[in-house]
Design a protein around this ligand. Sequence first.
Ligand SMILES: Cc1cc2nc3c(=O)[nH]c(=O)nc-3n(C[C@H](O)[C@H](O)[C@H](O)COP(=O)(O)O)c2cc1C
Length: 312
Amino acid sequence: MSKMKINSKPDLSVDFAGIKLKNPVLTASGTFGYGEEFAEFVDLNKLGGVIVKGISLKPIKGNPPPRIWETPSGMLNAIGLENPGVDVFLGEKLPYLRKFDTAVIVNVFGYSLEDYVGVVERLGSAPGVAGLEVNISCPNVKQGGIVFGTNLKAAFELLSALRKATKLPLIAKLSPNVTDITEFAKAARDAGCDGLSLINTLLGMAIDVRCGRPRLANCTGGLSGPAIRPVAVRMVWQTAQAVPLPIIGMGGIVTGEDALEFILAGASAVAVGTANFVNPRATLDVIAGMEQVMREQGMSDVKSLIGRVSVR
Ligand SMILES: Cc1cc2nc3c(=O)[nH]c(=O)nc-3n(C[C@H](O)[C@H](O)[C@H](O)COP(=O)(O)O)c2cc1C
């Protein structure tokens, strides 16, 4: 780890799969809209990048309410990938985001292989898209995400088809709802992906014991927030040992210290998700917190911390 004089500003810049980030802090898909929704709280120019809410070929209405339930140190959601579709994204959302000096990573989703290929092809020729994050891990839709994210052969075939469909950096977003996440990381590597994102939400359920019904209309939902952080850090660490692809680590990041945990575990960048709902300026607090801890510890360059947890 490189050391520096206390008080000088640490270098937070990283290169993620060829995408230059001024700092490693991104927004987790689905928790920051398309950037505009948070722009009154956050100067988007200060972020390493914005990963937008998942985009599909056609608009999706999502699941019926209730779609959110707060849990100890976390929340369950079953939004069901509501989004306006790729045409509205290209016509209205991307032109707004392009104005900022931040990397725009588009999260994509489909119900079938053809859907995924269609949306990836549409995005590939759009100026201002730095990379694509492929959601193969949504636990809240019956077809699509969960099938591709929990079946090795399906994941490999999908990612291989997408590799042929785009030259943009391709980042596979992996599901934690599997026995061994490193197998899926290897499938993504073999399919030609440039990076990995982990973790998506953990499948969960909550029940109202007074009326005997599930808290979410969808019955089950995805658990996120600080409650899942140790699981996420463990999975990032295991994956970083198994596969040499760069990783965007996420799951319960609230502070700069949380973000540095993921970096030491092997992530090259991090994404802040559920924390944005509690504190819309969470991303900026995470950046400031990273700088503060690094300054205190005399660490000059975040790149020198990636994967540097010392395990005896
Ligand atoms: C309300 C909500 C919506 C989400 N929507 C998406 C999505 O559209 N695509 C996706 O890949 N992940 C989605 N996620 C998962 C997050 O990007 C992230 O992987 C997960 O929440 C863990 O990070 P966190 O604990 O910091 O929230 C969503 C999460 C939440 C809470």
